[in-house]
Design a protein around this ligand. Structure first.
Ligand code: TYD
Length: 227
């Protein structure tokens, strides 16, 4: 079967990494090869770039530099990991991709979106997700999760509420403008409920491109029971 590329997007605290793993586990039950990765940091060089761009102790970084660091991470990730895996027939599930740069560096930092898009195109060589899943939740809920989890708070988490509101609004606007490219899931629900909705959306949108055993992936029985 042909490879597929699914990007998980969303504001802070949406639980994307947990959902990426849950989705991958379900897709593997179809007998598909699944690769889970994330940005920034999906390659060895990307790990270094991630440290540079997210470390709260690092010097102030200009918005333009920040955009270039994320783009460098992405170029490396696409060229060495994502595209080869997809081209070999894997389903690639990536925690953040191009739309994170458009939301955070575009809406959040106020960089020119046309220029940012050109930069993304350069970095990815035009590789695009087959589906973008927006795990949406109110900014206050996401930040409370992030700050309350005792986990690490990075340089972008520490931005003000207005920054995060712009990011969320940009995601919602992108999803509203391209309903075929995006599926929106309410990430304020429980982990299990979000996982169920994510599966449901993936099956609804990607259908038989997932594999011959597609209907069981969504656990349609589970869906029915839940209702
Ligand atoms: P991470 O700890 O992975 O956060 P999250 O769990 O929210 O994904 O950190 C990634 C941070 O980098 C997050 O704050 C969003 C930001 N980011 C950008 O600003 N632009 C980008 O292109 C990407 C990929 C991430």
């Amino acid at each position: 079967m042909a490879g597929l590329f699914i990007a998980l997007e969303g504001p802070e605290g949406a639980g994307k990494s947990t959902q990426a793993l849950r989705l991958a586990a379900r897709l593997r039950t179809l007998g598909r090869d699944v690769l889970v990765s994330r940005e920034p940091g999906g390659t060895a060089l990307g790990q270094e770039l991630r440290r540079l761009v997210l470390d709260r102790e690092s010097h102030a970084i200009l918005a333009e530099t920040e955009a270039l660091l994320y783009a460098a991470d992405r170029a490396e990730h696409v060229g060495r990991v994502l595209r080869p895996a997809r081209d070999c027939g894997a389903i690639v599930v990536c925690d953040r991709f191009v739309d994170s740069s458009l939301a955070y560096q575009g809406a959040g930092r106020g960089l020119d979106v046309i220029q940012l898009r050109a930069l993304q195109n350069f970095a990815t060589g035009g590789m695009e997700p087959d589906l973008r899943l927006l795990l949406d939740l109110p900014v206050g809920v996401g930040l409370a999760r992030r700050f309350g989890s005792g986990g690490e708070v990075n340089r972008l988490d520490a931005e003000g509420i207005a920054f995060h509101e712009r990011v969320r609004a940009a995601y919602l606007a992108a999803a509203a403008a391209s309903p075929i490219a995006w599926a929106v899931v309410d990430a304020a629900e429980s982990v299990d409920e979000v996982a169920r909705r994510v599966e449901e959306m993936v099956v609804e949108r990607l259908g038989d491109r997932l594999g011959p055993a597609t209907p069981s992936v969504a656990g349609s029985a589970t869906v029915d029971r839940a209702r």
